[in-house]
Design a protein around this ligand. Structure first.
Ligand SMILES: C[S@@+](CC[C@H](N)C(=O)[O-])C[C@H]1O[C@@H](n2cnc3c(N)ncnc32)[C@H](O)[C@@H]1O
Length: 260
């Protein structure tokens, strides 16, 4: 069984940045995989990650927001040397059980991004922060500090992949959840709750009536590219729904790639 090592006390109270840990309540997290549907999600992403990582020789990969472990498990099965981290105790527990069920032997750590330490985990060829996870940080300076932390975890020239919901379209009133990417399950719907320039609330409704909410920061893609540069990353480049050419008003997610 994959041991879980807590690198930081993720349940410290009084820190607004750790609000994410409270949002991932145990009952919501128990249904996370129902929401994403691993098989359909894998089909939606295709070989996107492998096509970026393999030619770059990026075999040692840190999945810094692993959630229930989807990308870490996929990459492990594809032969990558993966380490998985997440700050939410409930998500880490879910990932641990998924890895055990799948026979996936991936080091798993409960670790807030601010506590990531290359002296403990070593350096990586690639760092992933996927599933619109960075949008849990509402403060620009906090995001830049975390991006700098990701850069410190990378070998020189290493690759960062960080994605986000398409808040350009969402803030223009064009929210769509096609069901083809990330959230592919068919037992839940995703709609918008509160929305303005400072907060975006997603409402996840399951067929049996259960309802959960996530409140995140609606960062615009250009803003995130600017923050990547401010954190010292080079040549940020964006994909829409895993495609290099896309219409920004017609994609669910934007995936940024940048080099340390
Ligand atoms: C929307 S989920 C995405 C999970 C997974 N990557 C996926 O795509 O299914 C966001 C994840 O980011 C994690 N997260 C948010 N803020 C974090 C922080 N400051 N440090 C570590 N993990 C964090 C949450 O615990 C959660 O598991």
């Amino acid at each position: 069984m994959t041991p879980v090592i807590a690198l930081s006390p993720a349940d410290r109270s009084g820190n607004a940045d750790e609000d994410y840990a409270r949002q991932y309540a145990a009952d919501f997290v128990e249904r996370w995989d129902e929401l994403i549907d691993w098989d359909k999600r894998a089909a939606g992403e295709g070989s996107f990650l492998y096509d970026l990582l393999r030619p770059a020789g990026a075999w040692r990969v840190l999945d810094a927001a692993t959630g229930s472990g989807f990308h870490a498990a996929q990459l492990h099965k594809a032969g990558f040397d993966v380490t998985a981290c997440d700050g939410s105790p409930t998500m880490v527990d879910r990932a641990r059980r998924n890895f055990a069920r799948l026979g996936v032997d991936v080091p798993l750590h409960r670790c807030d991004w601010q506590a990531l330490d290359a002296r403990v985990l070593g350096k990586f060829d690639a760092v992933l922060c996927l599933g619109s996870s960075l949008c849990h940080l509402f403060d620009r300076e906090a995001r830049i500090a975390v991006l700098k932390r990701f850069r410190q975890m990378l070998k020189p020239g290493g690759l960062l992949l960080v994605d986000q919901r398409n808040f350009e379209a969402i803030l223009a009133g064009r929210f769509r959840s096609s069901g083809r990417y990330y959230y592919c399950g068919d037992t839940a719907s995703v709609t918008l709750g509160e929305l303005d320039e400072s907060v975006c609330e997603f409402v996840y409704r399951f067929a049996d009536g259960a309802q959960y909410r996530l409140r995140v920061c609606p960062i615009r893609p250009r803003q995130l590219q600017d923050e990547l540069r401010a954190a010292g990353f080079r040549a940020p480049h964006a994909y829409g729904d895993f495609k290099p050419i896309y219409d920004v008003m017609n994609v669910d997610f934007i995936i940024h790639q940048a080099h340390a």
